[in-house]
Design a protein around this ligand. Sequence first.
Ligand SMILES: [Fe+2]
Ligand SMILES: [Fe+2]
Length: 274
Amino acid sequence: MNGARDILRLLKIGDNKWDVKNYNYSAIVKNLSGNDIDVIKALDNIGDGELSAIGIIIQHQDLVRNYKPRELAKDFYESVMYGFCMINYEEMRHGFILKELASLANTNKSFIDQVDGDLLHELMFETNELYKNPYESLMSYLLGEITNVELYASIERHVENEDLRNIVKSIKKDEQTHKGAWLKIIKRIVDSNEIHRENFIKATKAIHFIHQAEVSDYFKNGALSVEKYFTPSVSKFIVEEKYKLLSDIFGESPIDKKQMLIEHLEYFNKSFVA
Ligand SMILES: [Fe+2]
Ligand SMILES: [Fe+2]
């Protein structure tokens, strides 16, 4: 059974940027240069990472549902609704679009017409359990979006074809919106209650170097395949952005900037050598 295309149609996963009729990229892929074909082939695993975002939203819902006491758990209502109604929707289309482009480049066949429950079930439910509470999953989401924005910005600079560049740019714009939304949501919770503030500081220290897409084991492959787009200046900028954002949320960042850069590099070296 394959219902992915029906789901895209039924949910009308499109808006002014993404007409639902435009999940057909054959014509674009046919016109791409060798450089751009290499770019979209490298995005296959990133597409898995995008789809696994649904997995972390499911985890976040479960973490909130089971969090005690209820007086604290109820304050996560915004992140639950935003995650469920918007993030699932937008990360799902990012995943389908990137996987579709990669599949057309690799096999000349449509991913959307072939995918079945096997991969999607794995990405949604058979995910690692990296986060102990909803503070950790939410903070990881926000910090992960920073990496996403800079990755797509870097890819945009490498792409030659205008249609492909517009696709990447549209995904980047979604990620920028997600980053702004998670920031607002977290800041409101932090400012509402001292216990929330302390719990978010603890969560930040525990997970600030974990990317949200790591709920799926595809993360390392994805990060490896786009490694060349993470130039030293892009990595430095990601750390600076994270530091700025944490300072904005807490008044003072719970983690030193230099320490953050060292951990970032050590973590990536360790993950990618393994
Ligand atoms: Fe995304
Ligand atoms: Fe996102």
